[in-house]
Ligand binder design. Structure first.
Ligand code: GLN
Length: 541
């Protein structure tokens, strides 16, 4: 087997240019040529992981099967590649420093002065190579967070410089920059790219390939000019033009020959061009869908699309396979009141209550549940959304006044959602929840079983609270059933109301494992029911 090859993806000029999508697209193209590829994200902030970050700060926190709380770019990697990532795929400066300081405390540095170079850079290099060595990947794509020139990313770029030197042609650097269009003069400008490459060169890194993000087609002339000023082949100047959907990027990158130039530089064989048949099939469904289904996503981070990234993508995957577009209405739960709930949730064929922490906007979520339950509108509650469905049922059907989760009300007389036993003595916030994939047994004859078509599933979790089993009998007798149970602990993982058309709450996060080629069964079932609703209302017109 040939040595693992390393591709580093850096960014310049501006943030949010889509390094994650470019990395995932390249990985997709290499994977479809039969290479074993993985992607890693290095984040230059001091938090040990993004688990403790507010979604307003950093978007959604994505959870891997092995229970790592990671950057949302890992979600893109999984959605594109259809292979699971792990803790090793996301490393932050906080984790790097923590490891180095732990080693220092153990005395591993034998009295030496511990410094950024070589100790921090060595730890960065170790983490990069770990993936290649351990899992025998053909190609490891490492995305360096932040923008070249930031103080914070300097040690990472230095580690890349050293690795490039050590590994020779087994390592290359792709630099992603922006070519802005000046409307006043009608020109595309390459100067920011030239400056950004200069900034990289100052710290000793010559990029091998440039990917230029642009809103207008780049002429051959512009490509040649950029190549000349930045010391790269003109074939290695790749255009990344704005597209309607991120799922089009792999196709665009293939047209531009990104995978071929990468393979050439890494001295790996370039055989036939992969067809990307299934991918293109999905894409054409996505583009050609004519009808739209309306889903309400009720949460408290709605001002920011990224906070519910995986949920929105999972809804898109599911709707696309039904040949529908999905219109996701983000509804601020804080603004939902008894007298406006019907107005706020008007015209929706499905209501999804989002995960979350803390009491802000929670009562609004409960009103959304009541509205869905009483009007028999397809409903999906995820994590806190499931807990909300339970609390709503307790208050309004079981008539347990002031029933609540202990998270929201310590003194509730009816703690239908309670802290898990093994969470009771935990005081640290970071990495201490019930995290990662757990087995669940799905009961036959339920809507959950209908969706999954199997009794044995494994889903990813991220929570501290759970359904309080001492109330289970009461719930079941009144019509809310537990349809998924953890076989080891007996924890309730799925609840549903069989009497309604489709009403389900899941304690886990199905959105994390929905991919382009494998849409998640729960989202598919939910969307299917919502589409049925649409058809009924259309007939009535
Ligand atoms: N706050 C709830 C808990 O910790 C739900 C968490 C979530 O929605 N991810 O149990």
């Amino acid at each position: 087997m040939p040595d693992t090859r390393y591709v580093f993806v850096t960014g310049g000029v501006a943030s949010s240019l889509g390094k994650g999508i470019i990395s995932a697209s390249l990985a997709k193209l290499l994977q479809s040529r039969g290479y074993k590829v993985t992607i890693q994200k290095l984040d230059p902030y001091l938090n040990v992981d993004p688990g403790t970050l507010n979604p307003y700060e950093h978007g959604e926190c994505y959870v891997t099967e092995d229970g790592a709380e990671t950057d949302l770019d890992l979600g893109h990697y999984e959605r594109f590649l259809n292979v699971p990532t792990s803790q090793a795929n996301n490393v932050t400066t906080g984790r790097i420093y923590q490891n180095v300081i732990n080693k220092e405390r153990r005395g591993d540095y034998l009295g030496k002065t511990v410094q950024i170079v070589p100790h921090i850079t060595d730890e960065i290099k170790r983490n990069i190579k770990l993936l290649g060595n351990k899992n025998k990947f053909d190609v490891v794509i490492t995305e360096i967070g932040g923008t070249v020139g930031d103080i914070e990313s300097l040690p990472y770029i230095e580690a890349v410089r050293q690795l490039k030197w050590d590994l020779g042609s087994n390592a290359i650097v792709i630099h992603l920059t922006l070519v802005p269009y000046l409307a006043a003069s009608g020109e595309l400008k390459t100067k920011p790219t030239q400056h950004s490459v200069k900034a990289l060169l100052e710290i000793g890194v010559q990029p091998d390939i440039l990917v230029l993000r642009t809103e207008k087609e780049l002429s051959q002339e512009i490509r040649k000019k950029t190549a000349l000023f930045c010391n790269v082949d003109s074939r290695a100047v790749i255009q990344s033009i704005d597209v309607d959907t991120i799922y089009e990027v792999p196709v665009k990158m293939q047209e531009e020959g990104l995978d071929e130039i990468v393979l050439e530089k890494l001295k790996l064989p370039i055989d036939h061009k992969p067809e990307l048949k299934e991918w293109k099939n999905f894409l054409s469904k996505l583009k050609n869908a004519k009808k739209t289904v309306n889903i309400g996503l009720v949460g408290k981070y709605v001002e920011l699309n990224d906070a519910y990234k995986s949920i929105i993508e999972a809804l898109i995957h599911a709707a696309t396979y039904e040949d529908y577009k999905v219109n996701v209405n983000l509804i601020q739960s804080e603004n939902i009141q008894k007298d406006n709930v019907a107005e706020k949730l008007k015209g929706l064929q499905g209501i999804l209550v989002a995960p979350g922490f803390g009491h802000r906007g929670f009562e609004g979520k409960l009103l959304a549940v009541t509205h869905a339950r009483e009007n028999n509108i397809p409903f999906l509650g995820i994590c806190l959304g499931m807990q909300g469905a339970v609390i709503e049922f307790a208050r309004n059907v079981l008539k347990l006044d002031k029933a609540n989760s202990k998270e929201m009300d310590h003194t509730t007389p009816y703690p239908v959602i309670d802290l898990m036993e093994d969470q009771k003595n935990i005081t640290d916030m970071g990495g201490t929840m019930r995290l990662g994939a757990y087995d669940c047994k799905v009961l036959k004859g339920t809507k959950a079983y209908e969706a999954y078509g199997t009794e044995h599933i494994r889903e990813r979790h991220r929570h501290r609270y759970e359904f309080n089993n001492s109330f289970l009998e009461q719930f079941e007798a009144a019509g809310m059933k537990a349809s998924g149970i953890n076989p080891e602990t007996g924890l309730v993982e799925i609840v549903e109301i069989p009497e309604l058309k489709w009403f389900m709450g899941v304690q886990f996060h199905p959105e994390y494992s929905s991919t382009v080629l494998k849409p998640h069964p729960i989202f598919r079932a939910f969307i299917k029911k919502a589409i049925q609703e649409l058809k009924v209302t259309e007939k009535q017109k």
